[in-house]
Design a protein around this ligand. Structure first.
Ligand SMILES: [Zn+2]
Length: 148
């Protein structure tokens, strides 16, 4: 009787694991999407090339060029951060830890992974991190407004 119960419990666990574990096909699909994104980002970096620092005797021109440069640097920053995230996600696929939140170790939902395949954390942890990250941003925004 006890053995039968043990077997039944094991069967339930196996079914659970099969249902929750990401299938090979799904994993391949994410890997494909990530590799495509990686190629896109690397192409973008190459095409953008070096950021020229232009000087101009005209004050307004200098400000204009400075703002354009800041924007370009901002985009470059975002892309290189994304590039790092995509690379890390590909490493997690190889390490068989893909789809598991790096913060709480819960499964990341399929919906979230489909929308953001390079995500390393579940929606709960990502939102918690966003709250912290948005504070310095709003502070610098106020700073910008203050200089005008
Ligand atoms: Zn989490």
């Amino acid at each position: 009787m006890e053995e039968a119960q043990r077997q039944a419990a094991l069967a339930v666990r196996l079914v659970h694991e099969v249902n929750t574990a990401m299938t090979k096909i799904e994993l391949n699909r994410f890997q494909h999407a990530l590799k495509k994104k990686l190629a896109d980002l690397e192409d973008g970096n190459r095409n953008r090339g070096a950021i020229a620092i232009e000087t101009s005797p005209d004050e307004m021109d200098r400000i204009q060029h400075g703002q354009e440069r800041d924007l370009a640097i901002g985009a470059l920053d975002r892309d290189s951060r994304l590039l790092g995230e995509v690379r890390a996600a590909l490493i997690r696929i190889d390490a068989r830890t893909y789809g598991i939140c790096i913060d709480c170790e819960e499964d990341i939902s399929m919906k979230r992974l489909t929308a953001v395949p390079w995500t390393a954390s579940c929606i709960t942890c990502a939102q918690a991190a966003d709250c912290v990250a948005s504070e310095p941003w709003s502070a610098s925004q106020e700073l910008l407004v203050g200089t005008r």
